[in-house]
Design a protein around this ligand. Sequence first.
Ligand SMILES: Nc1ncnc2c1ncn2[C@@H]1O[C@H](COP(=O)(O)OP(=O)(O)OP(=O)(O)O)[C@@H](O)[C@H]1O
Ligand SMILES: [Mg+2]
Length: 259
Amino acid sequence: MDMTTPLVEMRDISIAFGGIKAVDAVSVDLKAGEVVGLLGHNGAGKSTLIKILSGAYQADSGEIRVGGELVSIGSPRDAKRHGIETIYQTLALADNVDAAANIFLGRELLTPWHTLDDSTMEAETRKVMGRLNPHFRRFKEPVKALSGGQRQSVAIARAIYFNARVLIMDEPTAALGPAETKQVAELILELKRQGIGIFLISHDLHDVFDLADRVSVMKNGRVVGTARTSDVTQDEVLGMIISGKCPTGAVPGPGALRD
Ligand SMILES: Nc1ncnc2c1ncn2[C@@H]1O[C@H](COP(=O)(O)OP(=O)(O)OP(=O)(O)O)[C@@H](O)[C@H]1O
Ligand SMILES: [Mg+2]
């Protein structure tokens, strides 16, 4: 794989629930070290699209390529095998145990005597957390005692420790205050520096505009358009979200209206 091959390409992806086309012929892609924001109103199809990538849903039609190779993602396990990890809004952490226990939950390291290798797990946790959040000191505390931003960094550490190359974050800051939102933004920039590609889902334009290299706007299951954030203004992107019209600085999705 060369540097220009996208980490992930989703092509012509569709899925319907009952008669409703939740995702309708959507194409998006993501390159190494890139943050792509997926924007759109409630019900636009953002979460459904990324659930197809994370293996929670199977598309009715369309193709997914990872590193240029056609793959079939039938389960979350398949997605992880392809280096695709998802951070859900709920974070799905085990509240009563510490950071190390969370990072290695279900994938515990064992000593040659088949006992839990707590010291190696703690040392590895310090290493991976050090890459993400060097000020973090609360290694011995249950994660329920941590701040929202610290919990977020534990969830991300769990994903990247197992070699994720693609991280999906669905509304990562929805439940966080301003200071914690800033902390998550710093985490995202750090992951980007490490070459990880990130799909950042939000319905808040301001949350993603500063962080994203590109944005794709969805409406009623379709892509309105995709643009580099350097080629469009926030007002233009807001117009895409609201009116579904694509400005000149953006590439329209199939069937999109031109502004
Ligand atoms: N499991 C499901 N069964 C039936 N309909 C579904 C299911 N999941 C999603 N939908 C429908 O698909 C459409 C897209 O929903 P989705 O959750 O992807 O939107 P979203 O863009 O993530 O919105 P939000 O910003 O509110 O999170 C909606 O009409 C929703 O009701
Ligand atoms: Mg959603």
